[in-house]
Ligand binder design. Structure first.
Ligand SMILES: *Cc1c(COP(=O)(O)O)cnc(C)c1O
Length: 404
């Protein structure tokens, strides 16, 4: 294809999507046609290094061959039974996921937001039936700057106006405290608190890492006050931070893990709420469900995605490459940079200026990343990324930040 006709193809697709698709995103103007590992190719044949990984849904890299194999095999066998019947993949996924989380019971869903909703229902029911909170009085403590998804209940307790504007009225029963402030958490706990819902690192808020010891202290507080500690590790989990779960960095064992994104290696929406038996057993037949949740295709894909993380030692790889990335980033000397922070292969470069134009310049240089919270460039490449590619990416970042 000639360059001009492929450019026309890009323009045509951008125009089509803008005309017929709702404008609830502001994507960079690249139209991806295919991808493998850490690299994607656009419709014009240009290659880019993916440093967003679909917000960490692609920890295993694009179109991982082992997951693809399972995907095709399972898709040709059976894809959906509904939970009206059983299938031969879900029990195996539940067993594997419970062991991985050191918890008892798995409830599979599809999107991350649905798994968060599931955790909210679980915590509330536990609050009433086990903790003895009076009917409809349970509260869940969440943090300023939280991101837990886009359902009306979830955006209702967001501190971001743009997530909520025009979508009310919202679900009551949530109390917000400053993130990273253990005294504020303690002060907010009442006998009616059933859970504390927290991201171990706030990714959407700009890779905000809480003070050392915060998660540990929060988990201890929760235990002392009979409050469930619910960790949303949809983005931080499954190797992103150099551990299976970011909570492990502080030796914290949550009562409930909420997982999604990389749970399917980017092939298929698979999420799960994984919790202690005393909590999860309160779901009884008819109390909760999802037509596609726990389907055999999703379950098989999730099992393959977990196996790849384990077999290819991608958690160890993330732990090893994390410091390589941070050292390279810290060597960039630019007046535009306000702060650099990260754990494992999750890094945020906070600028004194809006980050979007820098992401656009990175796109021109063959690096895909996306600003978060206006001033932060989020770097979260697939965990399979080559070390040389990682350093090449930092070179491109250096060029756009320093002009040389
Ligand atoms: C992405 C994300 C969600 C929502 O997941 P969806 O699959 O988009 O519904 C929830 N919590 C966190 C921390 C996330 O990063």
């Amino acid at each position: 294809m000639s360059t001009s006709s492929s450019q026309a193809r890009t323009s045509e697709l951008l125009a089509l999507e803008d005309r017929f698709g709702a404008h609830n995103y502001h994507p960079l103007p690249i139209v991806v046609a295919e991808a493998r590992g850490a690299w994607v190719t656009d419709v014009e044949g240009r290659r880019y290094l993916d440093c967003l990984s679909a917000y960490s849904a692609l920890n295993q890299g694009h179109v991982h061959p082992e997951i693809l194999k399972v995907f095709i095999e399972q898709a040709s066998r059976v894809t959906l039974t509904s939970r009206a019947f059983r299938n031969d993949q879900l029990p195996l996924l539940c067993e594997e996921l419970a062991a991985l989380c050191r918890l008892d019971t798995v409830l599979p869903m599809n999107s991350g937001a649905e798994a968060v909703e599931t955790a909210i229902k679980a915590a509330r029911r536990w609050g009433y039936e086990r903790k003895g909170i009076a009917a409809d009085c349970a509260t869940i403590i969440v943090c300023d700057g939280n991101f837990h998804g886009r359902t009306t209940t979830i955006v209702g307790f967001s501190s971001e106006d743009e997530y909520k504007r025009g979508f009310g009225p919202f679900t009551p029963g949530f109390v917000r405290v400053p993130y990273g402030d253990i005294d504020a958490l303690e002060a907010a706990i009442t006998p009616e608190t059933c859970a504390f819902l927290v991201e171990p690192i706030q990714c959407e808020a700009g890779i905000r890492i809480p003070p050392a010891g915060y998660l540990r202290a929060a988990a201890d507080l929760c235990r002392r006050h009979n409050v469930l500690f619910v960790a949303d590790e949809i983005q931080t989990g499954l190797g992103r931070t150099g551990a299976w779960f970011a909570c492990e960095h502080e030796g914290v064992q949550p009562d409930i893990y909420v997982l999604g994104k990389a749970l399917s290696g980017g092939f298929y929406p698979v999420s799960a709420c994984v919790g202690r038996r005393e909590v999860m057993e309160l779901f009884t037949p008819g109390s909760h469900g999802s037509t596609f949740g726990g389907n055999p295709l999703g379950a098989a894909v999730a099992r393959a995605a977990l196996k790849v993380l384990r077999d290819e030692q991608l958690i160890e790889r993330s732990a090893r490459l994390g410091p390589v990335l941070m050292d390279a980033l810290r060597a960039i000397d630019s007046p535009v940079v306000a702060d650099i922070r990260g754990v494992g292969l999750l890094a945020g470069v906070e600028l004194h200026e809006p980050a979007r134009p820098y992401c656009e310049r990175l796109l021109e240089r063959g690096v895909l990343c996306k600003e978060t919270h206006d001033y932060v460039v989020r770097l979260a490449p697939p965990l399979v990324i080559d070390e040389a590619d990682l350093l090449w990416m930092v070179e491109q970042l250096k060029v756009v930040l320093t002009g040389s």
